[in-house]
Design a binder for this molecule. Structure first.
Ligand code: SF4
Ligand code: SF4
Ligand code: SF4
Length: 562
C-alpha cells in the first residue's frame, strides 16, 4: 500500500478513536435528576472502555494487588496487538497521542526548516520515559499506583473531566445566554436550535466545578504547549505507556526497510516524523520510538522506505531502547524509596484526615491506593458534583484521588454511578439495595426471618453546637433533619426549654444524630443554612470500609476488668 494511503488511513483511525473517546467521556454522566429517576440508574455506555484497555493500568494494578481486576482483561488484546504492531497504538489509536499530534502539527518558530529537522532527530533524553516506567512499576510492586498519574489515558480523562469540559461548558452556556439576550428577532430560533443541539451532545446537565481544576488544567495545557517546541514531547520523553509498548515492540513483526540506493538525502522523511526515531537512510532506525505514523513513507518522493511484516530487522535497525545502566539502577532505587517517602506524613497508616471521605463502595484505604489511578471518571459521573480530586487529605500519595466534599455536593442515596464506572475496582460496583441496606424481616412470632443488612457508610455527621441555631441561639431550625434521607431518619429532634436574652423561656427542637442510622451521605452538611463552616459536618469516622476508623461506642468497647 502506498505511503500516502497509509497516512490517510492512520488519520481516519486517529479521528475515529478520538471522537469515540470524547463521546464516551461526554456520556460519563446521568442526564437528569437521579433523585427523581427512582430506580437503579445505570450508565448506558461502557464509558471506561479506554482505561480498561490500557495495558499499563492492567500491569501496574496487577503488580500492586497481585490480581487482575476483571474489567482490565480488556487490556490483554492490546498487549497482543503491541506484539504485532509495536507502538502502533501511539500513532493510530491513543487519544492523547492524537491531540499531541494535532497540536504538534501547528507551525512554530522553533520548528522551521533545519530546526524542524533537527528537532525530529533521535535524542538521548527520549530514554527518560523508560526510567519513568521503571519507577511506576517498582512503586506498583511495592503497593502503590500513584505513578499512574502519568498514564496517558488517566491523565487525559482527569484533565478533560475536571478542567477542560467544565470550562467549555461554562463558556458555551455563557455564550448561549448572551446570544439569547440579543435582539435577533426571528433569528432567535437559530440560537434555540444550536442550544438544543449542544444540550443533547456537549453540554453537561449542570455546571460542574472541581477542586484542583486550575492545577490539573495548567499542567495539561503545559504538556500540550510543549509540542510547539518538540513534536510529541510527552510521547517521546515522558509517557510510561509509550515506553512499555516500546519495550514490547522488540518482538513485533513490523520492520522499516531502508533502501539506501533510492535515497537522494532530501531528508523529507524527517519532516513529520512523530517518534523521533530516525527513519532516514544512513541512520539507525529506533524501533522502540516509532509510532508507525507512516509520515516518512508518505513524504519520501523516491520510495526509499518501506514497512514489511517480515519480522526480520533491516541492517540499520536498533530493536531495543537505548538505556544507561546507571540510570536504570537509579530509577529502580527511586521507585523503591519513593513510596516510603510518599507515605511519610498523614498517609495510609497514620490517623488519617477526617475529611478523607471516599466514594461509597470504596475498598479500604490501603487497597484503595493500590487501585485508584486518579482517572477522575467517578468525579465526572457524580450527578451532585460531590467527588473532587484530593490535595493532601490522603497524604502526598493520594494526590488527585477522589474525596467527597459534602458542602459542595452530597451522596445521593439511590445513586451508584461512581461504583459503575471505576475501571480498577477501587470502588466496587454495588446496587442501590446494597448501598442503603435493609431492615431485618421478622416472622409473626417475633423470630428473624431474614437478617437485615447494614447500609454502606462513608462517614458520620457531627454537630458543632456553637454554630447550630437551636443549640447556640435558641432559634428553631430543622433543615438538616428534613434533608436527612435515611429511613428512619438519622437526625432526630428533641424539644428543649431555652431562655432567650430577655429572660423568656421557649421550646425549640434541638437535633441529634443516631450514628447507627447515619450513612455519612452529607445531605445535612450540604443543606445547613449556616454560611461558611456548617453547624453539622461529616467526617469519615464510622465508614464501612475500615475496621479501625470506628467510634468507641459502648457496644464496641472491650469489657472492663472488674
Ligand atoms: S458519590 Fe454518591 S451521588 Fe456521587 S456518583 Fe457516587 S454514589 Fe452517586
Ligand atoms: S476511584 Fe475514581 S479516580 Fe480512582 S480509578 Fe476509580 S474511577 Fe478512577
Ligand atoms: S450524613 Fe446527615 S443527612 Fe446523611 S444520613 Fe447522616 S445525618 Fe442523615
Amino acid at each position: 500500500m502506498r505511503g500516502t494511503t497509509l497516512r490517510r488511513l492512520r488519520l481516519a483511525s486517529q479521528i475515529t478513536f478520538f471522537l469515540l473517546f470524547v463521546f464516551l467521556l461526554l456520556r460519563t454522566e446521568f442526564p437528569g435528576s437521579v433523585r427523581s429517576a427512582g430506580a437503579d440508574v445505570r450508565v448506558p455506555y461502557p464509558v471506561s472502555l479506554f482505561l480498561e484497555t490500557d495495558p499499563l493500568v492492567a500491569l501496574a494494578t496487577a503488580l500492586s494487588t497481585a490480581s487482575l481486576y476483571r474489567h482490565l482483561l480488556w487490556a490483554v488484546p492490546f498487549v497482543l496487538l503491541a506484539l504485532i504492531v509495536g507502538r502502533g497504538f501511539c500513532g493510530w489509536m491513543c487519544p492523547l497521542g492524537s491531540l499531541h499530534h494535532f497540536v504538534g502539527s501547528m507551525k512554530s518558530e522553533r520548528k522551521r526548516g533545519p530546526k524542524l529537522l533537527e528537532s525530529n532527530r533521535y535524542k538521548r533524553w527520549q530514554s527518560a520515559k523508560y526510567y519513568v516506567l521503571t519507577v511506576v512499576l517498582v512503586m506498583a510492586l511495592f503497593g502503590s499506583v500513584a505513578g499512574l498519574l502519568l498514564d496517558p489515558l488517566s491523565f487525559l480523562v482527569r484533565s478533560m473531566a475536571t478542567a477542560v469540559l467544565p470550562v467549555l461548558n461554562y463558556g458555551l452556556r455563557a455564550s448561549l445566554d448572551w446570544a439569547h439576550e440579543l435582539p435577533l428577532g426571528p433569528a432567535r430560533v437559530g440560537v434555540s436550535g444550536v442550544a438544543t443541539v449542544l444540550d443533547a451532545t456537549v453540554l453537561s446537565f449542570r455546571q460542574p466545578h472541581f477542586h484542583q481544576a486550575l492545577a490539573i488544567g495548567l499542567l495539561f495545557a503545559f504538556v500540550l504547549v510543549l509540542n510547539m517546541r518538540v513534536t510529541r514531547f510527552w510521547c517521546r520523553a515522558i509517557c510510561p505507556l509509550g515506553a512499555m509498548l516500546g519495550v514490547v515492540s522488540r518482538w513485533s513483526f513490523v520492520q522499516l526497510q531502508k533502501h539506501d540506493e533510492k535515497c537522494n538525502d532530501c531528508k523529507r522523511c524527517e519532516l513529520h516524523c512523530q517518534g523521533g526515531d530516525d527513519p532516514i537512510p544512513g541512520a539507525i532506525w529506533r524501533k522502540a520510538e516509532c509510532h508507525l505514523c507512516m509520515n516518512c513513507l508518505g513524504d519520501c518522493p523516491e520510495g526509499g522506505l518501506s514497512f514489511t511484516w517480515s519480522g526480520r530487522p533491516g541492517k540499520q535497525t536498533r530493536e531495543t531502547p537505548q538505556l544507561q545502566r546507571r540510570a536504570v539502577v537509579t530509577s529502580l532505587v527511586a521507585g523503591a524509596v519513593g513510596l516510603p517517602l510518599l507515605r511519610t506524613g498523614p498517609g495510609v497508616k497514620a490517623a488519617g484526615d477526617p475529611l478523607l471521605i471516599r466514594p461509597p463502595g470504596s475498598v479500604d484505604e490501603e487497597h484503595f491506593l493500590d487501585r485508584c489511578i486518579r482517572c477522575g471518571d467517578c468525579m465526572k459521573v457524580c450527578p451532585n458534583n460531590a467527588l473532587h480530586p484530593a490535595l493532601f487529605e490522603a497524604g502526598v500519595e493520594g494526590l488527585w484521588s477522589p474525596v467527597l466534599v459534602p458542602r459542595i455536593g452530597y451522596c445521593e442515596p439511590n445513586c451508584t454511578l461512581c461504583t459503575q464506572v471505576c475501571p480498577t475496582g477501587a470502588i466496587w460496583e454495588m446496587t442501590v439495595a446494597e448501598k442503603i441496606g435493609s431492615p431485618a424481616r421478622m416472622a409473626p412470632d417475633g423470630t428473624v426471618q431474614q437478617p437485615g443488612r447494614d447500609p454502606n457508610r462513608i462517614g458520620t455527621a457531627f454537630y458543632d453546637r456553637g454554630r447550630c441555631l437551636p443549640w447556640a441561639m435558641g432559634i428553631e431550625c430543622i433543615v438538616c433533619e428534613e434533608w436527612c434521607p435515611t429511613s428512619p431518619k438519622a437526625i432526630y429532634l428533641v424539644p428543649a426549654q431555652v431562655t432567650d436574652a430577655t429572660g423568656q423561656t421557649k421550646t425549640v427542637r434541638q437535633p441529634y444524630v443516631e450514628p447507627k442510622r447515619c450513612t455519612g451521605c452529607g445531605a445535612c452538611e450540604f443543606a445547613c443554612p449556616i454560611k461558611g463552616r456548617p453547624a453539622v459536618y461529616v467526617t469519615s469516622a464510622g465508614e464501612s470500609r475500615s475496621k479501625a476508623n470506628q467510634f468507641l461506642l459502648p457496644e464496641n468497647q472491650p469489657l472492663q476488668r472488674s
